[in-house]
Design a protein around this ligand. Structure first.
Ligand SMILES: [Zn+2]
Length: 343
C-alpha cells in the first residue's frame, strides 16, 4: 500500500485504544530496522524525519527509501512524518516531497530555539493545516514548550518551564483545526531527561490527564519519550563509551498516557543507544574488522529489537491488518466534509 495519512493511523488507534510509536530515521538501516520490527509484530507504523535528518540524507534519498519500504512491506500501513517543522515553508516543502504528515512546531520561532507567542503559533499552525488538509496530509501541532535540544532544535531547559496549559490547549485546537497535539508535560529531547526515576514532580502525567478530559477527541502526542533503559546505556559504557547515568520516561507512564488519549509516542534516543552500543561492541571485541556490514548488521538488529519491544508495549502490535488504506485524495474529502459539518 502507498504511504498513508497519519490521521487514519491515529483514528484507528483511538478506536481500539492503543498507541503508535513514531521512530526517527536518517538512513537505510534505521528504516529497515523499523519495517522489520513492524512486520514481525504486525504493526502499523510512523516513520519520522527531522529537519536534521532531511539535510543529512538530502531528503530525496530518504523519501525514495520510504517508497522502497512500501513496496517491500505492502501489508504494513506506513506514515512518513516530518518531525518538528520549524516554519510554514519547511512543512510545505515536506508535503511537496511526499510526506503524508507534518508537524508544525509553532511553539518556537523559526530559529527553532526561541519560545513563540500563542498568536504566532496559532497563525503558523493554521496556515499549515489549510495547506496540508487540502492535500489530505495530517498536521501535528505543539502547545507548551518541550525541554532539551534535538538535532539543534529545542529551547533547552528541563521541560518544566513551559508546561501546557489546558485552557490554552483547548483554544489552540479550536483555532487551528489540527489532527494531533503535542503537549509539554516535563519531558525533554535527548538522552539526559531526568536525573532520577521521574515522579509526578517532574513528569506531569496529571496535566496530560487533565488535557485529555478537556479534549477527549484529540490525538495527543508524547515527545521526548524514550525510556533510556539502563541495559542500553550499560552496553555503550562497557565497550568504551562514557554516558552519565540518566533516566527516561518509564514505559508504564507511557502506557498510562495511552489510556488517556496519547496516540503517538516519539522515540529516538533508545534507538540511537541501541545502534551505538552494538557498533561499539563489535569494534571493541574484534578490532581487526573493517567491513561496515560487520557492525551495521548487528546495529540494525539491535534497533529492530528495541522498536519491536516498544510496538508491543504501546499496543500497536497485531493491528497492521485491521484496515485498508484511505488515499490522500479521499482524505481531502474527509477534511472538506468535516469543515462543512463544523459550520
Ligand atoms: Zn520532539
Amino acid at each position: 500500500m502507498p504511504l498513508v495519512s497519519m490521521r487514519q493511523l491515529l483514528d484507528e488507534a483511538s478506536k481500539r485504544g492503543y498507541g503508535v510509536g513514531a521512530f526517527n530515521v536518517n538512513n537505510m538501516e534505521q528504516i529497515q530496522a523499523i519495517m522489520e520490527a513492524a512486520r514481525e509484530t504486525q504493526s502499523p507504523v510512523i516513520v519520522q524525519a527531522s529537519r536534521g535528518a532531511r539535510s543529512y540524507s538530502q531528503d530525496k534519498f530518504l523519501y525514495h527509501l520510504m517508497l522502497a519500504a512500501t513496496e517491500l512491506y505492502p501489508e504494513i500501513p506506513t506514515v512518513l512524518h516530518l518531525d518538528h517543522g520549524n516554519s510554514v515553508d519547511t512543512c510545505k516543502s515536506a508535503i511537496e516531497l511526499g510526506f503524508t504528515s507534518v508537524m508544525m512546531d509553532g511553539s518556537l520561532m523559526p530559529d527553532g530555539k526561541t519560545p513563540s507567542s500563542f498568536e504566532y503559533n496559532v497563525k503558523a499552525t493554521r496556515e499549515v493545516v489549510e495547506y496540508a488538509h487540502a492535500r489530505g496530509v495530517t498536521v501535528e501541532g505543539e502547545i507548551g514548550v518541550l525541554g532539551g535540544i534535538e538535532d539543534g532544535h529545542g529551547a533547552g531547559g528541563t521541560g518544566l518551564e513551559h508546561v501546557t496549559d489546558p485552557d490554552q490547549a483547548v483554544e489552540f485546537v479550536e483555532k487551528t483545526g489540527l489532527d494531533a497535539l503535542a503537549i509539554a508535560i516535563g519531558t525533554s529531547h535527548g538522552a539526559y531527561k531526568f536525573t532520577k526515576k521521574p515522579d509526578g514532580s517532574v513528569l506531569k502525567m496529571d496535566r496530560l490527564i487533565a488535557i485529555h478530559k478537556r479534549l477527549p477527541n484529540v490525538h495527543l502526542v508524547m515527545h521526548g519519550s524514550s525510556s533510556v533503559p539502563k541495559d542500553l546505556q550499560d552496553v555503550i559504557n562497557k565497550y568504551g563509551g562514557s554516558l552519565k547515568p540518566t533516566w527516561g520516561v518509564p514505559v508504564e507512564e507511557i502506557q498510562l498516557g495511552i489510556k488517556n488519549g496519547v496516540r503517538k509516542i516519539n522515540v529516538d534516543t533508545d534507538n540511537r543507544l541501541a545502534i551505538t552500543g552494538a557498533i561499539r561492541k563489535v569494534l571493541f571485541e574484534t578490532p581487526e574488522k573493517f567491513d561496515p556490514r560487520d557492525y551495521m548488521k548487528p546495529a540494525r538488529e539491535a534497533m529492530k529489537k528495541v522498536v519491536a519491544e516498544r510496538m508491543t508495549q504501546f499496543g500497536q502490535a497485531g493491528h497492521a491488518g485491521d484496515y485498508a488504506s484511505i488515499s490522500l485524495k479521499e482524505m481531502t474529502k474527509f477534511y472538506a466534509e468535516s469543515a462543512v459539518a463544523a459550520k
